[in-house]
Design a protein around this ligand. Structure first.
Ligand code: ADP
Length: 294
């Protein structure tokens, strides 16, 4: 850090301002689990994505490592959510979409015709911007997916999942209450619990805190730091401070093609979060993190 240019250093300091007031063990928890000796969970190679005739992503090549939190950042409309939804083939549900290039999950072609997209979405779960529990009890929100996936919905499993989602103490006496009776932050943790309940390997999070207050946001971030010991996490966030606080690696997407009258998202740069914020290699990243655009 000390030998970084002043401008970069101030961007990093601004981005991590809230980290500095957090207990020191937070960052101590985060960095030691960083691994470079394991194959990536996902490998995107020259990935293009189209909504009908409109190209939304061009030439994205990115590795996403196991048991790390990868943050996808960049200006609105640069394709972060589109890329996230490619990772569990959620875009397949939108008519007229098309993927070119390759996307591998543990070395297997995610888009091969034999891949069962429903099973894939169990293995690669998703949490959305707005908490979206089922209109059912807290317990049923968890047992529904278990039953569908052949997992016995025992009380022990329900408790274990709620404990993992840091929700057990708050709901243990009201498991039969309607999930909508919970606060927004609790509902979002319930949605994370619901994703965990079907025993996934990856949790994709699409701006999971944007509808939450700061305290609930920090609760979700703490939860992510716990969960990453067991799961691979990819988070889209428009909040650079959040990326700096929680992620091991950051991928910066931006908009390109404007000179040719087009508009599609590209990956400008990715790397370890601290390095990307303190010494970005691409001037577009530098402009974004110093607030010059976006
Ligand atoms: P970001 O998450 O970075 O804000 P998105 O992935 O949501 O960006 O969007 C990338 C581009 O794709 C935008 O131009 C957006 O309008 C377009 N887009 C997103 N979803 C759809 C959709 N369902 N149908 C058509 N275009 C879409």
């Amino acid at each position: 850090m000390t030998d970084q240019p002043a401008a970069s250093q101030s961007a990093w300091s601004a981005a991590t301002a809230e980290v500095q007031v957090a207990p020191p063990e937070v960052s101590a928890q985060r960095w030691p689990i960083h691994r470079t000796d394991v194959a990536p969970a996902f490998r995107a190679s020259d990935l293009d994505f189209y909504y009908g005739d409109t190209q939304a992503l061009q030439g994205v090549s990115l590795d996403i490592r196991q048991n790390e939190i990868t943050a996808l950042i960049g200006p609105s409309g640069c394709g972060k959510s589109t890329f996230l939804r490619c990772l569990n083939r959620m875009n397949d549900l939108i008519p007229g979409t098309r993927v070119d290039g390759q996307l591998h999950f543990h070395g297997e072609d995610l888009y091969a015709s034999y891949v069962d997209a429903v099973d894939l979405r169990r293995r690669i779960g998703m949490v959305f911007q707005k908490p979206n529990p089922f209109p059912k009890s807290i317990r049923d929100n968890l047992t529904f997916g278990m039953k569908v996936n052949g997992i016995k919905p025992t009380d022990e499993r329900v408790e274990a999942v709620l404990r993992k989602a840091s929700l057990w103490d708050e709901v243990k006496d009201k498991l039969n209450r309607d999930a909508f009776a919970l606060s927004g932050g609790q509902q979002q943790r319930l949605c994370i619990a619901r994703a965990i309940a079907v025993e996934p390997e990856v949790i994709l999070m699409d701006e999971p805190c944007s509808a939450l207050d700061p305290i609930s946001t920090l609760a979700i971030e703490d939860l992510m730091k716990d969960l990453v010991r067991q799961y691979t996490i990819v988070i889209v966030t428009h909040n650079m401070q959040q990326a700096a606080r929680v992620s091991h690696r950051t991928a910066f997407f931006t908009v390109a093609g404007l000179e040719q009258g087009q508009r599609y998202g590209v990956l400008a740069e990715d790397g370890e979060t601290e390095a990307l914020f303190s010494a970005p290699k691409d001037p577009r990243t530098q402009d974004y993190i110093t607030g010059r655009f976006g």
